[in-house]
Design a protein around this ligand. Structure first.
Ligand code: FE2
Length: 297
């Protein structure tokens, strides 16, 4: 049983948090609030926030915030992370409250990605009202979406931390060959207890901003198309054209965030049953579309 339920939230750093406010409200259709620390919080469901933006020196991804399956899983994860030598640090009550949780710990994976594990949501549960009429984001037990993290140097040890130490399940493997003579880049897609096809993917490549991409899922294809139009109108850089992934069947497009990493905005991803799912091996990024070359132009 996975000790991780789903991706609860992400934390990013910004030299200019107001840019995330504008991106969140005018492109993503989320609700933005000023945080007491000078940052911005983006709300996309009944929870207080799912994206926390902290003021800082530069624009980058800081932490993936995982939600423990239950309190026992939180405690088991703490012990297992400590044994695994993952720079475990138990958070104070104050630190947990800042993320709107009862308990919080932080750890670092072998590739240097920084993570938090939280248990017991303690914030307000108020209705989400999209300023742009987005019909809604698919969250709930499946969390905010997924994140794809760089694991260039210590790929196997990083995968082992999430699969063996934290109990996540393998959904899919993609041995990506960007060009016929290029070395294979391994990407492993992992699910938590929630059934989202993948809450985490680890990619054997570096990324200067600390995240290859994060993904949010909306409740209708119309929401995806309308977000695409807003992106175009506001001149937000397209990172991949509209397309449908082979492994999770997500129909989506990718755009650049103010955090120097991409955000996938999609609809229609499949679920997996963690008790029965047999890992697949995908042979292509997408069934159709998803031209990533636009991001290099
Ligand atoms: Fe994705």
């Amino acid at each position: 049983m996975s000790k991780i339920q789903a991706l609860a939230y992400i934390v990013v750093q910004s030299a200019e948090p107001a840019r995330w406010r504008e991106f969140g409200e005018r492109v993503l259709g989320m609700a933005a609030y000023d945080a007491p620390d000078g940052g911005v919080q983006l709300k996309m469901d009944e929870r207080a926030f799912r994206i926390a933006v902290l003021p800082g020196a530069d624009d980058r991804y800081l932490y993936s915030g995982w939600e423990a399956t239950d309190e026992r899983a939180f405690e088991q994860a703490a012990a297992a992370l400590d044994r695994a030598g993952a720079s475990l640090r138990m958070g104070s009550a104050d630190e947990a409250a800042r993320r709107a949780f009862k308990r919080l710990l932080s750890f670092v994976d072998p590739s240097g990605n920084r993570h938090e594990l939280a248990w017991g949501y303690s914030g307000a549960r108020a209705p989400f009202v999209s300023p742009l009429g987005v019909s809604g984001f698919k969250t709930g037990a499946q969390g905010m979406g997924h994140t794809v993290l760089p694991a260039a140097q210590h790929f196997d040890a990083t995968v082992a931390l999430f699969r063996q130490t934290l109990g996540m399940g393998l959904s899919d493997v993609f041995n990506f060959k960007p060009a016929p003579d290029a070395p294979v880049i391994r990407i492993h897609f992992l699910h938590g207890a929630s059934g989202r096809h993948h809450s985490l993917a680890l990619a054997e490549m570096p990324h200067p901003a600390g995240c290859v991409h994060a993904m949010v899922e909306v409740n209708s294809m119309t929401d995806v198309g309308r977000a695409y139009d807003r992106r175009e109108k506001l001149g937000v850089k397209l990172m991949a054209t509209l397309g449908q992934h082979e492994n999770d069947r997500m129909t989506s497009f990718y755009m650049m965030t103010p955090g120097n990493f991409a955000l996938e905005y999609g609809w229609g991803g499949i679920d997996v049953d963690p008790a029965r799912w047999q890992p697949t091996e995908t042979k292509q990024v997408s069934i159709w579309g998803h031209d990533f070359s636009v991001g290099f132009r």
